[in-house]
Design a protein around this ligand. Structure first.
Ligand SMILES: C[S@@+](CC[C@H](N)C(=O)[O-])C[C@H]1O[C@@H](n2cnc3c(N)ncnc32)[C@H](O)[C@@H]1O
Length: 212
């Protein structure tokens, strides 16, 4: 596959964007474990014993997925936005939170039982995504699970004043469902299932895969 290199600093756009919209995306009053990823995470929690190691890539403010995982597992959360990480440290004190770009974050080999990433890989320039899946596959222990929200239809673009916040620009970049199935499989993971998760006029793909 071949991609053109990005000229704009899309990582800075996304980081600055989430720094600005953090509270609009997940308000303080909605921190009651009430979002969709709760049900998805619950589906995999029983598959590992307490104390297993979990990683949330693009953990946001730690709500709701990181907090739920932390009820049973030893969790690390990584996010590019300092505002999101600051809030996450407040909401979920028993988790190690790191502010970093997940496309560059040093993923140690066979280090995690569970890796989740909800609505985050869709913010990473396409040319970096396959390499990230390979590193995720490498970082899972054999039998480990990867659960992620990725794209359903291919689209790359930006939106200004996102979530009604003046001056907040956001960037998304995603391939279609079939490409993600291929990339994740080619990265060395076995896809257990995928589901269409509707949102507005379109939607995303939720994928569950394991490392053989
Ligand atoms: C849509 S939010 C999702 C947050 C959380 N996973 C959830 O489901 O509520 C996307 C998050 O990904 C983070 N993010 C985007 N690109 C990133 C990158 N390259 N590295 C780390 N985090 C990133 C953003 O800062 C933001 O907190």
């Amino acid at each position: 596959m071949s991609f053109q290199r990005c000229e704009l600093d899309y990582k800075k756009i996304v980081r600055d964007g989430y720094n600005k919209v953090s509270h609009e995306y997940y308000g303080d009053s909605s921190c009651d474990l009430n979002k969709g990823s709760i049900e998805w995470v619950k589906e995999i929690m029983d598959r590992f014993p307490a104390g297993s190691r979990a990683l949330d890539l693009g953990c946001g403010c730690g709500m709701p997925a990181t907090r739920l995982l932390a009820e049973k597992f030893e969790v690390t959360g990584v996010d590019i936005s300092e505002v999101q990480i600051e809030r996450a440290r407040e909401y979920v004190p028993n988790v190690k939170f790191i502010q970093a770009d997940i496309a560059e974050y040093n993923l140690l080999e066979e280090n995690f039982d569970i890796i989740v990433s909800f609505y985050t890989i869709i913010h990473i320039p396409l040319e970096e995504q396959f390499d990230l899946f390979k590193r995720i596959a490498g970082a899972l222990k054999p039998g480990g699970l990867f659960m992620a929200i990725v794209g359903y239809t291919a689209w790359t673009g930006t939106e200004v004043n996102w979530l009604g916040v003046e001056g907040a620009t956001m960037f998304w970049s995603h391939e279609d469902r079939d490409t993600y199935i291929k990339w994740i499989t080619d990265a060395g993971l076995f896809i257990e299932w995928d589901r269409f998760i509707p949102e507005g006029d379109s939607g995303h793909t939720l994928i569950l895969a394991h490392k053989p």
